[in-house]
Design a protein around this ligand. Structure first.
Ligand code: UD1
Length: 308
């Protein structure tokens, strides 16, 4: 295998690159370093870095040289930014995606796995969220990822490209920037705890989410590259936690009491999420996934000392 990871310097990308290299698989990354950084990446003889943008067809075709498998993670990752500037978001998340897809096709790569998102489900009519639940995206970002899934289905059926879209749920872990508009609630709360500031809870805190540790996401990526599963697959733990439960666990892991301030419900917030992961379980064992308190402890340690 020789894997191209687009967005390899980013939050999910860099953890995936690490695990591929640990498995002795040579990696090339294509990244424009708009949000990812070189500091996220290890120095490794089997790692090649190409700076470039997925919107640039020439750069994408160059990056495909001698590549057998593609892990496509490069994206405009902020839901908020997609709401504010849909054309800009679309140019990367649809235009860039189609560039990578087409380059995978013409270079006859054996397999392409790409980042879809739970945002595709939007405000769903039913729970739990299995892959069969109808997509009802409620942001340009969610729609863009859904369009990716449809393009992938067409390229798989009509052009025989081996493809799988992974619908990640709420990802947390080291290297997620708490200042970023995409930063999830966990990295924000940890940053608040570090500064001994109260945590802002939007609403009553009863809302639920499936929080998954980034290293488990990376594991799923590596596994998916080596499988032949098609279509789309949820990537989540199958266990949900309310925000108040999360805060309770976080406070115990940090060994610190935390003050909570309730604020108005965030506009467009989804009250409950519940995941169905049967398909993921047919791809890989999920019982070894990091439980929330272990993941939070690891993240707290990392945040206190990022160089370790
Ligand atoms: C994610 C997206 C969001 C998108 C939604 C639907 C991220 C970071 N957010 O939201 O933009 O619309 O999927 O696909 O990916 N919360 C607080 N206090 C805070 C921050 C968050 O109480 O300081 C609450 C939120 O109101 C929410 C929960 O925590 O109920 C989780 O929030 P977040 O981490 O932003 O993820 P999603 O709501 O799943």
């Amino acid at each position: 295998m020789h894997v191209l990871v687009t967005g390899g310097a980013g939050f999910i990308g860099s953890h995936s690159v690490e695990q591929l290299l640990e498995a002795k698989i040579p990696v090339r990354i294509l990244d424009n370093f708009s949000s990812g950084t070189r500091d996220n990446l290890p120095k490794h003889a089997q790692l090649e870095i190409q700076e470039g943008d997925i919107r640039d067809q020439t750069a994408v075709h160059k990056a495909m040289k001698d590549i057998t498998h593609v892990l496509h993670l490069a994206a405009q990752v902020s839901v908020q930014a997609s709401v504010e500037n849909p054309p800009e978001s679309c140019s990367t998340n649809i235009g860039g995606f189609v560039n990578v897809l087409q380059a995978s096709r013409v270079n006859r790569v054996q397999r392409m796995v790409y980042a879809s998102s739970a945002a595709v489900y939007g405000r769903p009519a039913q729970l739990p969220l299995s892959e069969k639940v109808m997509a009802q995206p409620c942001s340009p970002y969610g729609l863009e990822k859904y369009v990716n899934d449809q393009y992938a289905a067409l390229f798989a059926t009509e052009f025989e490209v081996s493809l799988l879209g992974l619908r990640y749920f709420n990802v947390y872990g080291p290297r997620q920037d708490p200042q970023s508009p995409y930063a999830g609630v966990i990295s924000k709360f940890i940053s608040m705890i570090e500064q001994h500031l109260p945590l802002s809870v939007f609403g009553d805190g009863a809302q639920t989410r499936d929080f998954i540790f980034v290293k488990d996401i990376a594991k799923a990526n590596v596994q998916a590259l080596q499988s032949d599963m098609g279509g789309v697959c949820n990537v989540a733990t199958g266990k949900i936690h309310s925000l108040l439960e999360l805060i309770d666990i976080l406070s115990r892991c940090a060994n610190q009491s935390v003050e909570v301030v309730h604020q108005a419900v965030r506009e467009g917030d989804i009250p409950f999420s519940e995941t169905e992961i049967t398909r993921l379980q047919s791809l890989m064992p999920t019982d070894g996934f990091t439980d929330l308190s272990t993941g939070l402890t690891a993240l707290l340690q990392y945040t206190a000392n990022p160089d370790n």
